[in-house]
Design a protein around this ligand. Structure first.
Ligand SMILES: [Mg+2]
Length: 145
């Protein structure tokens, strides 16, 4: 698998910085955002993002609102919600809205890595299916099937 391209979204800057360093060491391409608004902007600028790691609790646009927008504009990018004990319900709501999975903070880096890899694989398989469907459509339009 070519290296996953991910975005970490969290209002706690030290957390974002630490996670970024750790995930870069594991060969991921990482961009960051410190608010929901910034995350939506960066998602629009980076159409090939595989996975978004999204904090549930943020001032301004919260995790759920950000997730809703992301699923509207770029439904193929997979989202992993990050939550504390107090907001597990919200993470579950997020999964109903299309998030791939959730993790409790503070999160175990190995667990996060394996979820990122799974989500990236799912996203790329999904893209591949769409490509195949488009090829079939074009071929049948030209009577090649
Ligand atoms: Mg937060």
């Amino acid at each position: 698998m070519t290296r996953p391209f991910i975005m970490i979204v969290d209002d706690e800057a030290p957390f974002v910085e630490t996670m970024t360093k750790r995930l870069q060491k594991r060969n991921l391409t990482v961009i960051t955002a410190f608010s929901g608004k910034e995350a939506l902007q960066k998602l629009a600028e980076n159409q090939n993002l595989d996975v978004v790691i999204l904090d549930v609790k943020m001032p301004g646009l919260d995790g759920i609102e950000t997730l809703r927008e992301m699923k509207k504009t770029q439904p193929l990018a997979e989202v992993i919600m990050l939550t504390g004990h107090a907001t597990v319900e919200t993470a579950i709501e997020g999964m109903k809205l299309g998030a791939y999975d959730y993790l409790m903070k503070p999160c175990d880096i190995d667990q996060l890595m394996s979820k990122v890899e799974e989500a990236t694989e799912k996203k790329r398989e999904h893209e591949e299916k769409i490509r195949e469907a488009k090829v079939k459509e074009v071929m049948s339009m030209h009577g090649l099937e």
